[in-house]
Each structure stands twice: as structure tokens, then as C-alpha cells.
Design a protein around this ligand. Structure first.
Ligand SMILES: [Zn+2]
Length: 54
């Protein structure tokens, strides 16, 4: 199972159609809404170490 980085749900990567690739890594989503949110701001969701909290 893959984890939807937007909402944290488990997603079956074999059955979902909502998939996106960012920096060479594939991400899977529970719904088109989550995919669209990710696509709008992928760096928000991939746990980039350079992003420090405020
Ligand atoms: Zn989701």
C-alpha cells in the first residue's frame, strides 16, 4: 500500500488512477481532489527537509 501524502490514507497503488510524480518519485492519492491539491503545491506534502517550521 502507498500513503496518500495529502490526507494520510492508505491507497492501493494498483487500483488508483490518481497518481502523480514529483522529483522522480511516484505518489498515489485516494481521490482526484487530493491529487489536485498535491499538484498545486507538491513541496508542501513530500516532507522536504529544507522546509523548516515557523
Ligand atoms: Zn486523500
Amino acid at each position: 500500500m502507498a500513503i496518500d501524502p495529502v490526507c494520510g490514507m492508505e491507497v492501493d497503488e494498483r487500483s488508483t488512477k490518481d497518481k502523480s510524480t514529483y522529483l522522480g518519485v511516484a505518489y498515489f492519492f485516494c481521490s482526484k481532489d487530493c491529487k489536485e491539491e498535491f499538484d498545486a503545491e507538491p513541496a508542501e506534502y513530500v516532507g522536504d527537509d529544507r522546509k523548516t517550521g515557523t
